[in-house]
Design a protein around this ligand. Structure first.
Ligand SMILES: Nc1ncnc2c1ncn2[C@@H]1O[C@H](COP(=O)(O)OP(=O)(O)OP(=O)(O)O)[C@@H](O)[C@H]1O
Length: 619
């Protein structure tokens, strides 16, 4: 979106998107301002006809009618302008937020990892608010005083040119003086905005971590920390406020001096018989009006400049260019059997420090591959490359022979189902959360997916069954339940390729067994790439790839790898099996095993031992 590069283009884009409504708005505002000047002039004519020597009754009533008519027209136009402004900013606000959310979804994951979700949400809503505020200020507080000023000068020219020049000069000097002064006070407003932002962020952080606060009985501590931030904010707010009041005071003083001076001058000219009584009235009201308007104008200009800075700051964050967009002419991925290929892939989040080095791997359709290796080896990054959350610096990832960077990202992600370590759920019903994987799925299909994932039973036991709201980020459900809903989503998606990113490692062993059943059903007849820390989850896979420091160091069927005396997989395996055997309480794995129910424990032990003995007893 090229218009995101600067605030002016941003504003112009959304004004140009609805040219007629903004044109109408401009005409209404101009019409109302011209009418308001007309009202003043009609008043002068009325007084002059009333105080004139001939005092013609019909002329007085005609002037009165013109005066009243203009008053009515001015109010009508003002009301219409306010309605049109409301309509224009409301529809633009909706479009802005939709465009921004759409644009955000195109950013890479690190963008979101580096931002607070709450603050991004606020910024998007804020953008719509800033647009409305700038348009409001420009059309309601900047344009009218300028038109009134121009009209007043015209009227003054008909009365006394010198007065017109002096008053014009005063208006310009007062407005510019106030703007310059106001801009100096910008530093106070900026400080206040920063402190307010910090307070907002602290509140979001506090509420997001409320369970930690409770668990550590840290309520008092956190409150006094928050009080510190609030005090700083209050000091900054007070400074900004005092500054504005000082400006207002200064303006009131100059208003009194200049209006008083002009009146004395006008009365002097009236007593010399140079101008009429109506002229004196119109001079006094217009002088007061435009000098008063100069303050509103200055304040509005200062405010617009502040809004521009907020807008620039927000666009700098949200509007950063998307680094991963679809290639020109990208087509939809033609999903075949589900073959995945890493072809000499070199990749680093920071290109200067690659974490995958010239990695090649061919995964035939329907194969189940477990990726294991030490922490930080690059296993999860491999899965991210399959989904094209990043592009490698060298080499390519291919699905069914098509480079993932040559197809549309949407079609690529349609073709791949992912069960991550932590399944994220929306604050919506269970039904909506599962159906998220395929919005056109009917209820029956959702039930079948839930049954296959082994979560139908517990969902039906929830207070409102499938209509139960899962709580923010799924907090009303256990880790295992959330995970099974994630598996149900993957079932519903019915993709040829399934990526499991440590899908069970965050669970306790009891939940792991429940989830394991769902996973076993899910991976039938699909290509599966599973990053696994718990080796028991991949022991029955077709193949295991051991990755270390971004390179494949072992590759083969698990049983074969386990027979290699100095094999890396065997070393990892021995570590885990020993951990389970030593249920005396020493190792973490032993601790986990002791926590299992008898049935679950027997099952895990049988699985691990049979695999282990199968290896060691064979020649
Ligand atoms: N978004 C990111 N930005 C920068 N560096 C990252 C990012 N994600 C991962 N890394 C780094 O890349 C390296 C590989 O991470 P990756 O998550 O792929 O490893 P892993 O083998 O899956 O590790 P683990 O088993 O601990 O999950 C690590 O050094 C990690 O710190």
């Amino acid at each position: 979106m090229p218009f995101l590069v600067n605030p002016t283009r941003f504003l112009l884009h959304y004004v140009a998107a609805r040219p007629w409504i903004f044109l109408l708005l401009g005409l209404l505002v101009a019409g109302a301002s011209v009418s308001s000047i007309g009202v003043q002039y009609a008043m002068k004519v009325l007084i002059d006809t009333m105080t004139g020597d001939d005092r013609i009754r019909s002329a007085v009533y005609a002037a009165l009618a013109a005066f009243l008519g203009l008053v009515i027209i001015e109010s009508l136009l003002q009301r219409l302008a306010a309605l049109t402004l409301g309509q224009a900013t409301v529809v633009s606000g909706v479009a802005i937020r939709l465009d921004m959310v759409n644009y955000l979804t195109g950013h890479q994951m690190p963008f979101f990892q580096n931002q607070r979700a709450g603050s991004l949400g606020h910024r998007i809503s804020g953008l719509a608010g800033i647009f409305g505020a700038i348009i409001h200020r420009l059309l309601q507080e900047v344009t009218p005083p300028l038109i009134v000023f121009a009209g007043a000068i015209l009227i003054f020219v008909t009365i006394d040119v010198r007065m017109a020049i002096v008053l014009g000069g005063i208006f310009v000097v007062v407005t510019l003086g106030l703007v310059l002064l106001g801009l100096r006070g910008h530093v106070h407003h900026k400080a206040f905005a920063e402190h307010a932002g910090t307070v907002g962020g602290e509140l979001v952080d506090f509420i997001g971590n409320i369970w930690v606060v409770k668990a550590f009985a840290a309520g008092e501590r956190e409150l006094s920390r928050l009080r510190g931030f609030l005090d700083d904010e209050a000091i900054a707010q007070r400074r900004g406020w005092f500054f504005v009041e000082r400006m207002r005071g200064l303006h009131d003083l100059s208003l009194a001096i200049f209006v008083g001076g002009t009146l004395i001058w006008a009365i002097g000219r009236w007593s010399d018989g140079n101008i009429t009584t109506g002229d004196v009235v119109v001079i006094s009201t217009l002088t007061f009006r435009i000098l008063h308007g100069s303050r509103d104008l200055a304040m509005a200009l200062i405010d617009v400049s502040q809004q521009f800075s907020y807008l620039r700051e927000t666009l700098d964050i949200i509007g950063v260019p998307q680094t991963l967009s679809d290639a020109p002419g990208a087509t939809r991925l033609r999903v075949g059997e589900g073959r995945v290929e890493f072809n000499h892939v070199t990749f680093g989040y920071d290109p200067r420090h690659p974490i995958l080095h010239d990695l090649s791997l061919e995964i035939p359709a329907g194969q189940k591959v477990g990726i294991v290796g030490p922490s930080g080896a690059g296993k999860s990054s491999m899965l991210q490359l399959v989904q094209r959350f990043h592009d490698p610096q060298a080499g390519h990832v291919l699905i069914d022979g098509q480079r993932v960077d040559s197809v549309t990202q949407e079609s690529l992600r349609d073709a791949v189902a992912v069960v991550p370590q932590e399944v994220l759920l929306f604050h919506r019903s269970v039904m909506e959360n599962i159906r998220f994987a395929r919005p056109d799925a009917d209820d029956e299909e959702v039930f079948r997916a839930a049954e296959a994932a082994g979560c139908d039973d517990f969902i039906r036991r929830l207070p409102h069954g499938y209509d139960s709201i899962v709580g923010e980020r799924g907090t009303n459900l256990s880790g295992g339940q959330r995970q099974r809903i994630g598996i149900a989503r993957a079932f519903l998606k019915n993709a040829r390729i399934v990526l499991l990113d440590e899908a069970t490692s965050a669970l306790d062993s009891e939940s792991e067994l429940e989830v394991q059943n769902g996973l076993e059903a899910l991976i039938q007849n699909r290509t599966v790439i599973a990053v696994a820390h718990r080796l028991s989850t991949i022991v029955n896979f077709d193949r295991v790839v051991v990755v270390s420091e971004g390179r494949v160091i072992e590759d083969g069927p698990p049983q074969q790898l386990l027979r290699r005396p100095d094999g890396a997989f065997r070393a990892l395996w021995v570590m885990q099996v020993e951990g389970l055997d030593r249920s005396s309480g020493i190792s973490a794995a032993g601790e986990r095993l002791r926590a299992l129910s008898e049935r679950s424990r027997a099952r895990v032990q049988r699985m691990m031992r049979s695999a282990w003995h199968g290896v060691t007893e064979r020649p």
